[in-house]
Design a protein around this ligand. Structure first.
Ligand code: NAP
Ligand code: MG
Length: 477
């Protein structure tokens, strides 16, 4: 059972205290993805709340920026420990908000942010020291107040990626979580309060994107606006931030390709790729949603892919037998079902489909779905679906495979499968994305993460992500 106080939040976290909203609005309702019932509520904030939070962050900035790296590192480790004490609650709540299965919620939704916080504590100690360039001393300084706007798919991880990186750099933070999954942000605020961080270094205002998000994006007191979400909203935010010449970091969508070349043993490559595509029911920006395979091997690939998808038991996210939970919202479910219906026109449906999975009249469930003989120019291959939908696309050799992988408005992630090291590396370098994994190379939480093209601007995580929250200063003597 989850304590009701963790589900019914009535205050924003501003200046080190829980503060009632400036205006009284009815709260935002958070739904349980498994049945559409009310899971919890959070305040529906206003521009006045954002003003107060930005003031608190500005007031806290000079002292936080002046701390030594080891003091900031120690503070981040205390936050990590305080969050670890709350891990079970955070995992359960995110499972119900987002639909993530309990095992993946423990490991990825909560376990990964804990590792990431420890990584940021380490990175805080390694921010580049002053460099001598001719008669200049070049210093890295904290950029100021960071506004963080996050989505619902990995709500705690994405928030920690921004807030943890910013705090490590010596910046202070005002964040706005997504209305679909805001509750873990409040748990992070609880952890930050328990860890005794100085008042105002971390502030949380919940509310809608159109009111609280817009107010943050156009606030003159924000120095860096860091956003993760859709490309359309990212463009709006960049335009709003431009009014004040606010720097933006954007982590947007993806349509990543796993490219299988013709010398590889198919079984492992296909299994890993299919599981990657369906992680978190496909609600993953870096998911390999296009599987680009040798034309001659397509039928064998389909067989293996179906055998993997058959094991993805659809069910309640907290049921230990479940391998594929529901989607996060009714809106997301209907958008994904529309894409599947489009796919049924555009390509060959080989598994799943747009009919409801059996036994799930309520909740936002969608069947794991696979299309084959997909034309890379079709809508299901070009647009981010953000659900459990995989497109198998045949290729005619390495150059064609790379051309297909790059024929996308996005450029976030991808995979290459090839037995020959040199050929694999050449393909990985030719793919225009922020990350590429060769032969299932492990996810690295301290590697920079972010995209080329419409997938965004800037990088998050690890030391390189921390340094994105700094400004360079040249001092001449
Ligand atoms: P979104 O609409 O882009 O929202 C992301 C965040 O921005 C939320 O906190 C949202 O608040 C806020 N927001 C919305 N409109 C805003 C505005 N005009 N100004 C400032 N902030 C604003 O993304 P979503 O609704 O979470 O998901 C929609 C699609 O985005 C998905 O289907 C998927 O394609 C993509 N997506 C990508 C990623 C990724 O990691 N790259 C993650 C999630 C989603 P509210 O939602 O509370 O209004
Ligand atoms: Mg939205």
């Amino acid at each position: 059972m989850t304590d009701i106080a963790l589900l019914r939040r009535t205050a924003h976290y501003i200046g080190g205290s829980w503060v009632d909203p400036a205006e009284s609005h009815s709260p935002l309702v958070v739904t349980d993805a498994s049945d559409g019932s009310t899971l919890g509520t959070v305040p529906d904030g206003s521009a006045a709340d954002v003003d107060r939070a930005v003031d608190a962050a500005r007031a806290a900035f000079p002292a936080w920026a002046a701390l030594s790296p080891s003091e900031r590192s120690g503070a981040l480790l205390r936050v990590r420990d305080a969050l670890a004490e709350r891990a079970a609650d955070a995992s359960r709540i995110i499972s119900l908000e987002v639909g993530t299965t309990a095992r993946i919620a423990d490991a990825v939704q909560v376990g990964l942010p804990l590792k990431t916080l420890a990584g940021f504590a380490d990175a805080a100690l390694h921010i580049s020291e002053d460099q001598q360039l001719g008669n200049s001393t070049v210093a890295r300084e904290p950029a100021g107040v960071v506004g963080a706007i996050t989505p619902w798919n990995y709500p705690l991880h994405q928030l920690v990626g921004k807030a943890g990186g910013a705090l490590a750099a010596g910046c202070t933070v005002v964040c706005k979580p997504a209305g679909v999954a805001p509750l873990s942000a409040f748990i992070l605020a609880d952890a930050i309060a328990a860890a005794g961080l100085p008042a105002g270094v971390f502030n949380l205002v919940s509310g809608s994107g159109s009111v609280v998000g817009t107010a943050l994006a156009r606030h003159p007191g924000i120095d860096v606006l860091s956003f993760t979400g859709s490309t359309a909203v990212g463009a709006e935010i960049a335009a709003a931030a431009a009014t004040n010449i606010t720097r933006v970091a954007l982590e947007l969508g993806g349509k990543s390709a796993s490219v299988i070349l013709d010398d590889v043993e198919l079984e492992r490559a296909v299994k890993t790729s299919v599981n990657n595509a369906f992680l978190n029911s496909g609600q993953t920006c870096s998911a390999w949603t296009r599987l680009v395979v040798p034309r001659a091997a397509q039928e064998r690939v389909i067989e293996i892919a179906i055998s993997v998808a058959e094991k993805l038991t659809v069910g309640h996210p907290l049921d230990p037998a479940t391998r594929l939970g529901p989607l996060a919202s009714a809106e997301q479910q209907s958008s994904v079902l529309d894409y599947i219906a489009k796919g049924e026109q555009e390509a060959r449906l080989v598994f799943g489909g747009s009919s409801a999975p059996e036994g799930f009249a309520e909740g936002y469930y969608v069947r794991p779905t696979i299309f084959a003989d997909v034309d890379n120019r079709s809508q299901i291959a070009q647009q981010e679906i953000f659900g459990p939908v995989l497109c198998i696309i045949p290729h005619d050799g390495d150059d064609d495979a790379i051309r297909i992988a790059n024929d996308s408005a996005y450029g976030l992630a991808g995979g290459v499968w090839c037995a020959d090291e040199g050929r694999a590396l050449a393909a990985a370098r030719a793919i225009r994305t922020g990350q590429v994994d060769i032969n299932g190379g492990a996810f690295n939480p301290i590697a920079p993460f972010g995209g080329f093209k419409h997938s965004g601007i800037g990088r998050e995580f690890g030391l390189l992500g921390v340094e994105e929250f700094t400004e360079l200063k040249a001092i001449q003597r």
